[in-house]
Design a protein around this ligand. Structure first.
Ligand code: SF4
Length: 699
């Protein structure tokens, strides 16, 4: 039995929140646990943000779920035993499948789950339930960048180089990422890059704290990324600043891109993007003349209905500069969720099997069927993506029963009021979580799950570094781990022989075999090897392999080893301002809250800093509506309305309103966002839609 950190003299583990996965040192009892930065962990080097410093308070929080709950005949959630709750979940899932078919049951996972849990959830869907309908909230996070990297490089690993390369990059272009608030300890890498004389170009409609830390800010109109990047490439081609030798020897398809960007001359790009011609040329020259340069994207360009095209445009730029696979250079996606990287590798996505294999690849299916001890034909095919899965509820042949593990879609899904009403119409909803989130509050059965410091498991950070979360405490009495929950449900579904796992390490050993030979190969990663190092980078195919911090230095993961250019035209967003809805609405994050806020809204220090959702507006725009700082305002889009507190700032464009998405109910900005999906990644268009402002909070 693990002792408390106090007894052990401290436990080295990792923060429960973002993809930076800061190393932390825990000490003290659960109710008064002290979180300190772990200076020995090479990523954060002892630094934390306020979310990490205060993460201990969710462990002993008085609102934790400590017993299962079942909705009774009066429609009220009431305490139950584990036996009753698990039996009811298994019975209702089985009955739903018997009546409506296997795919009538859906599973919804999370990029917060450890690799072991994400892997087991995918196996549970395919082996215990035989449903094809499993997807996860990471679809709403970095799926566009993942799809674009796979198209261009044949492989997606958020950063295909280690963070330690960043300070040596002469120029970094960061598009649509606000790391100064989302992962502040990351800023030490950009600060070091600036201190070495480097240039930081930030692309963002807002002059965010990150943009303020840059040497140049390209304040583009929301939804105009592809035009901006095609314009940069136009200037590079025009002025002879592309790397012809690299393009000839390591890529294919440049000529079509070159022909396309000829139509993006700077004056035209200024009209589309709002970025002055002179700034565009200056940025292109900075990039084109640098010996080392990095292009990084965040959710800004990615969370759009053209998110894959946007990301491909940025990748085209990195390739034309000849920088991908070169030291201190390249293209990377700044993954957001804690295990956003590992969560997309091991099978909780609708189109994918463990090891980052494609579910429709016959060799992958053969391999997984053998590892799982089932016949190949028993393995379901691709299912519905996250939003489509939720939107199918209530439709003919749609989802009738849903098991959710660690996700709060009532706050985080686009068009959230519609999603909430669909969830209410389910025949059966079960949610495993550790607080009664807005989604758990709708459930027929709530299963109390263990938290971050209460179970062991691996996470994969934004660099592809596999790290180990250690257990500091036993889960409280009455609480079970997600692995225990899934194994117990599999037993009740008659598939227990495939789920004989007593601890996460056994799941990880099977994951290693399942991933072996795949693009994300973890075969050589062991808990012991991680513990003895600062983590191991995949691919790591054998126990004597050192791991792979840098990808693509010799060749790309495409059949012919060359990276692929993709010509991408600028296209207007699926909804743009008009006379009815005259402004852009864009969404994002603030320093003191994390994702749907299920945890951070319960931390007093964070709640004091960010107690409610604000609507950030330019003073000139606010004046037109008679609004002053601190006023209540109602924002409406074609999906609905929500209320916010006005926060005036010169740092945003006059035509744009920014609202963070961490709150539910009347403050849920995702009640307003547009569910238009990217045709490839199925990413919703969170980052922009057209909005109307109602002064005085009145409709
Ligand atoms: Fe580090 Fe992210 Fe946790 Fe902040 S939220 S302490 S940046 S892992």
């Amino acid at each position: 039995m693990p002792q408390s950190p106090a007894n052990q003299g401290g436990v080295a583990t990792h923060c429960p929140y973002c993809a930076f996965q800061c190393g932390v040192q825990l000490s003290g009892a659960r109710e008064r646990v002290v979180v300190a930065g772990n200076e020995a962990f090479p990523v954060n080097k002892g630094r934390l943000c306020i979310k990490g410093w205060t993460a201990g308070s969710v462990l002993g929080h008085p609102e934790r779920l400590l017993t299962p709950w079942i909705r009774n005949a009066r429609g009220v959630l009431a305490p139950s035993t584990w036996d009753e709750a698990l039996a009811l979940v298994a019975t209702r899932l089985r009955e739903t499948q018997e009546r409506y078919g296997r795919d009538a049951v859906g599973l919804f996972g999370s990029g917060a789950l450890t690799n072991e849990k994400g892997y087991l959830l995918g196996k549970f869907a395919r082996v215990a339930l035989g449903t094809s309908n499993i997807d996860y909230n990471g679809r709403f996070c970095m799926s566009s960048a993942a799809a674009a990297s796979n198209k261009a490089f044949g492989l997606d690993r958020g950063l295909p180089f280690p963070l330690e390369d960043i300070p040596s990059a002469e120029v970094v272009l960061l598009a649509g990422g606000n790391m100064a608030e989302t992962m502040p300890p990351f800023m030490q890498y950009l600060e070091a890059q600036r201190a070495h004389g480097g240039q930081l170009i930030v692309v963002d409609p807002r002059r965010s704290p990150t943009a303020q830390a840059g040497s140049m800010h390209l304040r583009l109109i929301p939804g105009s990324d592809t035009a901006l990047v095609n314009g940069l490439l136009h200037v590079l081609v025009r002025d002879g600043l592309v790397d012809r030798e690299y393009i000839a020897s390591r890529t294919e398809g440049f000529e079509r891109v070159k022909a396309l960007v000829a139509g993006y001359w700077p004056e035209r790009v200024e009209r589309i993007t709002g970025v002055p011609e002179a700034q565009l040329i200056q940025a292109a020259h900075l990039l084109g003349k640098a010996r080392t340069a990095m292009i990084l994207t965040g959710r800004g360009p990615e969370q759009q209905a053209r998110g894959v095209d946007n990301t491909l445009a940025y990748i085209n730029l990195a390739l034309a500069l000849g920088k991908v696979g070169r030291p201190f250079s390249g293209y990377g996606c700044m993954t957001g969720q804690g295990n956003g990287q590992g969560g997309r590798e091991h099978g909780q996505k609708a189109d994918q099997l463990p090891g980052y294999r494609k579910i429709d690849d016959p060799a992958a299916r053969r391999h997984l069927a053998a590892v799982w001890g089932i016949r190949e034909e028993e393995l379901p095919g691709p299912g519905l993506s996250a939003y489509e899965l939720l939107a199918s509820i209530g439709q003919e042949r749609g989802i009738r029963a849903l098991l959710v593990v660690g996700s709060n879609m009532v706050v985080s899904a686009p068009n959230a009021r519609e999603i909430e009403s669909r969830l209410r119409s389910l025949d059966f909803l079960a949610v495993a979580d550790f607080f009664l989130s807005e989604t758990a509050a709708l459930a027929d059965v709530v299963l109390p799950a263990a938290q971050w410091a209460e179970e062991e498991g691996t996470m994969t950070n934004l660099e592809g570094r596999v790290i180990l979360r250690r257990r500091a405490f036993e889960p409280p009495p009455g609480v079970r781990t997600d692995i225990e929950i899934l194994c117990a449900l599999a037993e009740r579904l008659g598939k227990g022989s495939h789920f004989q796992f007593n601890e996460p390490r056994q799941v990880f050993d099977e994951l290693r075999r399942a991933s072996a030979g795949g693009p994300a190969d973890y075969a050589g990663v062991t808990y012991e090897r991680i513990a003895a190092s600062g983590g191991l980078f995949w691919p790591c195919p054998s126990e004597d392999h050192p791991g792979t911090p840098r990808l693509f230095s010799e060749q790309f993961a495409t059949p012919n080893g060359r990276a692929r250019f993709h010509p991408v035209q600028h296209q207007p967003a699926s909804e743009t301002p008009d006379s009815d809805y005259p402004l852009y609405l864009t969404t994002g994050r603030v320093l003191a809250q994390y994702q749907s806020g299920t945890q951070t809204r319960r931390v007093p220090e964070l709640e004091r800093l960010a107690p409610r959702a604000i609507a950030q507006m330019h003073p000139a725009a606010a004046r037109r509506y008679g609004l002053v700082d601190g006023d209540e305002v109602t924002l409406s889009t074609r999906r609905g309305s929500a209320r916010f507190t006005v926060d005036l700032t010169q740092l945003i464009r006059e035509d744009t309103v920014f609202v963070p998405f961490h709150w539910g109910g009347e403050q849920a900005v995702n009640r307003l966002t547009n569910p238009a999906l990217d045709p490839i990644s199925r990413m919703p268009e969170f980052k922009l839609c057209a909005v109307r402002v109602h002064a005085s909070g009145m409709l």
